[in-house]
Design a protein around this ligand. Structure first.
Ligand code: ATP
Length: 939
């Protein structure tokens, strides 16, 4: 088929060509066969780094090359053993770097897979949701507002369909689509209105289409090379650390040169000093830092996935830790989205409804007595309208068929097993509508009984802007409009009301009665829907919702409970302690929202509720003045969300914002952390978001924030460890050269220390458990420096002490016989052991922002194992006889080991004791301060 001729083909030609029927789609086997021929529907990955290149890259580093050169020279000078060992260490170091980077790369790729799109397709007559990559040419796909088009398609059937194609055509306004043949020959993509293209988005309407091209054959495939890898996954922190790494290279080189020069001036042999200098530079440069940061981020993200939070954009992991406001939808996120009608109001009477869940077991009671539906016209009409104006289905299933939640149109399937142990009632569709269908079912008005008399002619679907839904229903006596929706909105479309058995004009008094009843139900945290109808003339034409929704007869109100999610109350108190404000944003009525906000502990003292109508009347300045105090935004439309995000951002907040519908996408994009719903969310919002909630649950946001904070703290922990270790290594050598002492460590020892201490323990810190008070303090500032909160001081002070103590141990040993070469080797072995042990003890100190005494050292098992293996490796080079000459070591005696442990422990325990003492003093001070305050108050 010519690339540019698909628009000229009619539906029948296409069916023949692809050998498929649009009502049944392809069979599973047929699709599998076609997939064998056409391959998967995916764009090629672009250029990825091969493992071999990754390995080679490890040895391209300038300093490593210098070290290799220097080793070669020493090899030529006859130091074979030295040369071979150094090369072996370089290789080991390279291998470690390779493993780190390879893991990081693989985790990042796994993350990309997670956000893979899905598609709804007809297979063997059933609609199924499958991964988009499984689509083949000839598949029949079903698309609706919010979906991403999964391949190139030709529309077969469209209703009010609009698609946003800016990714391909640059046209940012959605274009309308149709299924007619276009006869023109060569036309640009933007004019091929009967085709849809991979990666574009359906913004309105629904449609059915046949897949014509997949994978790299699609229009997107043609430009795949252009769009690949354009999105940088590097986080701001990674970027800053890369720059820091460069600075550290210069600092280490500078210091190394000073060390070498000082050594030579004090009479050390130049070649030995040169090799020592290069080894020191290699050891001091924290080359593993970027890879460990990536691993910490990637592993953190894996932990988030286990907690049902899927990160789509890596930089948001960092922003999560700074979030100061969470703006959350109510229905389904804070509440369970399991609706049950419990109260009704019609014709001035309040009624109770019994029975739980979606099972048709229960009654409607008036003053405790069952209502007889036959003699109650207004109730009967209300139940009819509720059921006819709904798309939800309730299906009885039996144990073998009980299914869980599924995706796509069936995304709202909720299994309710409460009523009868032998069968369950499954809801397919919107829970609000499910509650109304269940209510009618309780009174014997099922879909089947209604279908005998009533048939639907047209639907004007619910949308959260209009807050109404209407259907045109035909019946033997004529036609009627049935409308349901938010009572305050619906009342404005009504001119009459059902009252005491007849239709009467809707007077201001009656309207007030409805509003009072609505308010009363809402104050009990019920979600309230109003119902109305109107008989139509048989010839009446209704083209738009405006034509239908006027001159209606108001019937009554249905109040439904939607219990808060159990875990949310606790999650909200966690956010409060963590200095994060939770704001509820809902399309629901202000009073309902306020009641639920109270139940959940969202509404703080002095906090207010702001409605969409009030918001519309305010300009941005006025909104900014109040936005800090608003905890509930009610009856808002999606476009209000963008104003709310921007206002909070102007107030200096880092905002996390949830959303599910197409219209929420701009607000989600504008938020610092855009969050979409994994179950009910549309592809459009998912694509705009940086975090997807696998379970649509508010608590998952809190879990993600906790992980975000922990990841950042873990990065700080190993930065502290790596840099303090390096400072220690450099200063040991620096002090020795300045004091005119012999080399405290030989080059191989320096490289060995670097290899043994930098690798595993640093990685284990990257997966450390959070400190207990992680969610007990305010979010960090978005612009906070990585060295803030005394991290810089800790690195310098601990590094300084490690250097000083290592040198101290060296000097105390050397002092016994300064001129004896055997004693020098002994002293170097002591220095080597001290430096390794000081770093391995300090690694436990790095786990706490306070001191080593504040945390159980055995909690992080990986760290304990990493430290143990490092100790064993250290002992190996000191005690295995054939390694001793290689590493220039000797076994130490008991006294020397005591010296090693005492000096190695000083940096950590001295500083730890200092901070405990400092902490006590501060606590004492703050206790006395609070005592002063309380005395003042009581006085
Ligand atoms: P949230 O944004 O927290 O999810 P919500 O689900 O309550 O809020 P919307 O779905 O926009 O917000 O609903 C707003 C109002 O529209 C509801 O209070 C209800 O009165 C009405 N409504 C909700 N669903 C329907 C529906 N299917 N048909 C008619 N009216 C509805």
């Amino acid at each position: 088929m010519e690339q540019n001729s698909w628009h000229r083909l009619g539906a029948e030609e296409l069916q023949k060509m692809f050998n498929v029927h649009p009502r049944t789609g392809l069979s599973g086997e047929d699709a599998a066969e076609r997939r064998k021929q056409n391959g998967y529907n995916e764009l090629s990955e672009g250029k990825t780094v091969s493992p071999f290149t990754l390995l080679l890259n490890q040895f391209k580093d300038f300093m490593v090359l210098v070290l290799m050169g220097a080793t070669l020279v020493s090899g030529l000078l006859g130091e074979y053993l030295d040369a071979i060992t150094i090369i072996a260490i370089i290789l080991l170091n390279g291998a470690l770097g390779f493993v780190q980077e390879f893991r990081a790369e693989r985790s990042l790729r796994a993350l990309k897979q997670l956000s893979a799109p899905s598609a709804k397709v007809l297979r063997g007559g059933n609609s199924e949701v499958i991964p988009a990559k499984m689509l083949v040419p000839g598949d029949i796909v079903l698309l609706e507002s919010g979906d991403r088009i999964p391949a190139d398609i030709r529309w077969l059937d469209c209703s009010s369909l609009y698609v946003e194609e800016s990714a391909l055509t640059g046209e940012s306004l959605p274009v309308s689509k149709h299924s007619d043949v276009i006869h023109a020959e060569e036309i640009p993509l933007g004019d091929q209105k009967n085709l849809g293209f991979m990666g574009t988005m359906v913004t309105r309407g629904t449609g059915k289409a046949i897949v014509i091209r997949t994978g790299m054959d699609t229009e997107m495939g043609k430009i795949a090379d252009l769009i690949q890898n354009t999105e940088s996954q590097e986080t701001p922190l990674q970027h800053r650390l890369e720059q820091l790494g460069k600075i550290l290279i210069y600092v280490s080189l500078g210091l190394t040169i000073v060390v070498v020069a000082a050594g030579i001036l004090h009479g050390q042999p130049a070649t030995a000093m040169f090799l020592a200098g290069v080894s020191l530079a290699v050891a001091a440069i924290p080359e593993g830092l970027p890879a460990i940061v990536t691993i910490a981020l990637a592993l953190g993200v894996q932990r988030m996935i286990k907690r049902k939070a899927i990160v789509r954009k890596l930089p948001s992991v960092e922003t999560l830790g700074c979030a100061s406001v969470i703006c959350s939808d109510k229905t389904g996120t804070l509440t369970q989205n399991k609706m049950t009608v419990t109260r009704l109001w019609t014709g001035g009477r309040g009624l109770e409804v019994t029975g739980e869940g979606y099972a048709p077991n229960g009654q409607v009671l008036e003053k405790g007595k069952p209502v007889d539906l036959k003699n109650d016209q207004s109730l009967r009409r209300m139940l009819q309208v509720g059921a006819l104006c709904s798309n939800a289905e309730i299906i009885e299933t039996f144990p073998t068929e009980v299914r869980g939640k599924r995706k796509g149109k069936d995304k709202d399937i909720v299994v309710d097993k409460s009523s009868d142990s032998s069968s369950s009632w499954e809801l397919k569709g919107d829970p609000t509508e499910g509650a109304l269908v269940a209510l009618s079912g309780k009174m014997g008005l099922t879909a089947q009984t209604l279908a005998v008399t009533y048939s639907r002619e047209k639907e004007f679907p619910f949308d959260s802007e209009r807050k109404l839904m209407s259907v045109i229903i035909g019946h033997p006596g004529g036609r009627m409009v049935c409308t349901k929706g938010a009572p305050d909105v619906l009342l404005n479309r009504c001119s009459y009301m059902l009252w005491e058995g007849g239709v009467v004009p809707l007077t201001p008094t009656l309207r007030q009665k409805v509003l009072d009843a609505n308010e009363q139900m809402a104050s009990g945290a019920l979600r309230v829907l109003g119902m109305a109808y109107r008989d139509m003339r048989s010839s009446e034409k209704v083209d738009s919702e405006k034509d239908a929704e006027g001159q209606l007869v108001f019937i009554g109100l249905a109040g439904m409970i939607d219990p808060p999610r159990r875990e949310v109350r606790d999650a909200i108190s966690v956010t409060r302690r963590a200095g994060i404000k939770t704001v509820m944003i809902t399309g629901d009525h202000g009073t309902t929202a306020e009641a639920i906000a109270h139940q959940l502990g969202i509404l703080q003292r002095g906090g207010t509720v702001l409605t969409g109508a009030q918001l519309t009347r305010m300009d941005d300045d006025e909104l900014d003045k109040v936005s800090d105090n608003v905890y509930v935004f009610a009856r808002v439309s999606p476009e209000h969300k963008l104003r709310i995000v921007k206002s909070l951002q102007r107030r200096g907040h880092v905002v996390a914002m949830t959303g599910d519908g197409v219209n929420d996408a701009p607000a989600i994009k504008a938020a610092d952390i855009g969050i979409s719903m994994g179950i009910t969310g549309t592809d459009v919002t998912k694509e705009a978001s940086s975090l997807v909630l696998g379970d649509d649950n508010f608590s998952t946001i809190v879990a993600a924030i906790e992980e975000g904070r922990n990841i950042y703290e873990n990065i700080r922990k190993f930065i502290r460890y790596l840099l303090a270790s390096n400072v220690g290594e450099i200063l040991t050598m620096f002090f020795a050269m300045m004091l005119g002492l012999p080399l405290p460590l030989v080059p191989i020892q320096i490289l060995w220390v670097n290899l043994v201490t930098d690798g595993l323990p640093a990685m284990a810190l990257g997966v450390d458990q959070p400190e207990k008070d992680l969610m007990e303090h305010k979010p960090r500032g978005a612009k906070e420096n990585i060295f803030a909160r005394r991290l810089g001081w800790k690195i310098i002070s601990r590094g300084f002490l490690i250097g000083l103590c290592t040198l101290g141990a060296f000097w105390l040993t050397l002092r016994v016989a300064p001129e004896n070469p055997a004693q020098l080797i002994r002293a170097q072995s002591v220095a080597f052991a001290t430096l390794v042990m000081a770093q391995l003890i300090h690694v436990f100190d790095c786990r706490s922002s306070r001191s080593v005494f504040h945390r159980n050292p055995f909690q992080n098992k990986y760290l304990v194992l990493a430290v143990l293996s490092s100790v064993i490796l250290m002992l190996a080079v000191m005690y295995i006889p054939f390694l001793q000459p290689v590493f220039k070591t000797v076994p130490l005696n008991f006294r020397e080991w005591c010296l090693v442990f005492v000096t190695a422990g000083i940096p950590t325990f001295l500083m730890g004791a200092g901070s405990v003492w400092g902490g006590k003093r501060n606590r004492g001070r703050s206790v006395s301060n609070s005592m002063i305050k309380s005395t003042k108050i009581s006085a």
